[in-house]
Design a protein around this ligand. Structure first.
Ligand code: CTP
Ligand code: MG
Length: 287
């Protein structure tokens, strides 16, 4: 349930008219901002007060990978991009959102790069854990388990998992994700419909057939799920096999929602992706 709505004096009204009014009131309160709200409502002689608190939003950046496909000794989250280490850009967008209460960064144990930079501009929201695991899902699960020791995070709060390797996430894409999923029962992810024609190859790289791209999407991050659901899902699937969080949630039999994004939110995987990411970030800079 998207709302956490509890009656401080209350009881579910005993007659049908009051019940209808109560339901309308609850419906009217389906606001999207993450501010707790105290509502007073007078009906006849009875005085109901409802503490209507929306779930909070947190973000988690797994940054414990080595960037093996990038082929650089420096893990890719620290490669220079538009004058900053790559992870800075995702941090700036996530910490810059007034709707996000806190941002967790999960580093590899023994990471010696993080401390070389000044992160003080994010100090109001940033929480750093050095408990990364052997696979992405493991890093995320370890970070989620460490989070309650650093801040108050509830089972129903949202966690937006975002790869350090997607530096071009825009504030508009982030807002769209939160807007579209804030009332969702499952959660979901940014994604783009597949644009290219898809070919299936045989063992010698010859086309075996053309696949329909109908209904196919490319998953991006952030992927946004309730804290407890994500912990449960990732605990069940175990680390290695899952390359995204939605996959772990799908394995529970749930159907995360796809929120339309665009290809500018690219993942930097290979050296040639860096130049493209740089162009996207330069284009966005205020004149
Ligand atoms: N990640 C992580 N812990 C791991 C592996 C990956 O926290 N054990 C993080 C990466 O740092 C990155 C995100 O998960 O922010 C997405 O992973 P990917 O793009 O695959 O990065 P790497 O695993 O570092 O790169 P590669 O697969 O080329 O080695
Ligand atoms: Mg990887």
């Amino acid at each position: 349930m998207a709302l956490s709505c509890s009656a401080s004096m209350g009881v579910w009204p005993e007659n049908a008219t009051k019940r209808k009014l109560y339901s309308k009131l609850r419906e009217a309160l389906r606001i999207r901002e993450s501010i707790p709200m105290l509502v007073a409502y007078r009906q006849g002689r009875q005085f109901f007060r409802y503490n209507h608190a929306m779930a909070k939003f947190f973000a988690l950046i797994p940054a414990a990978g080595s960037g093996s496909r990038m082929g650089n000794e420096l893990p890719k989250q620290y490669l220079p991009l538009a004058g900053r280490p790559m992870i800075y850009h995702a941090l700036r967008t996530l910490c810059g959102s007034p709707r996000i209460a806190g941002v967790f960064v999960v580093l590899a144990p023994g990471d010696s790069e993080w401390s070389r930079y000044d992160w003080s501009e994010f100090s109001g929201k940033l929480m750093v854990f050095d408990c990364g695991g052997a696979a992405r899902a493991e890093s995320i699960l370890n970070g989620l388990k460490a989070a309650p020791g650093a801040t108050s995070i509830g089972d129903d709060d949202w966690v937006l998992v975002h790869d350090a390797a997607r530096p071009c996430l825009s504030a508009a894409q982030l807002d769209k994700l939160m807007d579209e999923l804030a009332d969702d029962a499952v959660g979901g992810l940014l994604a783009v419909p597949v644009a290219d024609t898809l070919k299936r190859s045989d063992a010698s790289s010859r086309v075996e057939c053309t696949e329909s791209r109908e209904g196919l999407w490319q998953a991006q991050t952030p992927q946004m799920f309730r804290y407890k659901l994500l912990v449960d899902a990732l605990s069940r699937v175990g680390g290695a096999a899952m390359t995204d969080d939605a996959g772990a949630v799908e394995a529970l039999g749930l159907h995360p929602r796809l929120v339309l994004s665009d290809t500018r939110n690219l993942k930097v995987t290979y050296p040639q992706d860096l130049a493209l990411a740089e162009l996207i970030l330069q284009e966005r800079k205020p004149q």
